[in-house]
Design a protein around this ligand. Structure first.
Ligand code: FMN
Length: 134
């Protein structure tokens, strides 16, 4: 199966709140122009790091993390499936392949973790099934 991308996002990795690693899903937060972002939600994506031509599979959150208190700007968070890399200062090029669901506000961290684990399983399956040249 081949599918056109839903969108492209590029940005440099900047510090987030450092919470993702505690939740079990470390994320790289991208500095982006909020005006250029696609709709909030959770996406399956291919990600390239700097000049590396090899695309890596990822689950991506676009939105404001409403589960946690404090009004915050929308942002892009990239969870690479098969790599735990120090990405600060690196430039990521993100090709969105499919949108799984909207961003939700969960009543607790456990519900967010369970949903995120399910998202990652679905993203892995999707990316394995979709042949695309990002
Ligand atoms: C696959 C995935 C799905 C997510 N879904 C939600 C969500 O529905 N609601 C939400 O508030 N945050 C969601 N998040 C964002 C997490 O809240 C966020 O990654 C976490 O708080 C870590 O933030 P930090 O990088 O600033 O530490 C999701 C993150 C990922 C990677």
């Amino acid at each position: 199966m081949s599918t056109p991308p839903l969108g492209e996002i590029a940005g440099v990795v900047v510090p987030g709140d450092g919470r993702g690693r505690e939740l079990g899903f470390p994320t790289a937060n991208l500095a982006t122009d909020p005006g250029d972002l696609p709709a909030d939600g959770i996406y399956a994506a291919w990600v390239r790091i700097d000049e590396d031509p090899h695309p890596r599979a990822a689950s991506v959150s676009v939105g404001a993390n409403p589960t946690f208190a404090g009004a915050r700007e929308r942002r892009v968070e990239v969870h690479l499936h098969d790599a735990d890399l120090d990405l600060y200062g690196r430039r990521l090029a993100v090709t969105l392949v499919a949108r799984l669901r909207p961003t939700l506000r969960f009543d607790g961290v456990d519900a967010l973790i369970a949903q995120t684990a399910d998202d990652v399983v679905r993203c892995r399956r999707l990316l394995a099934a979709v042949r695309m040249v990002p």
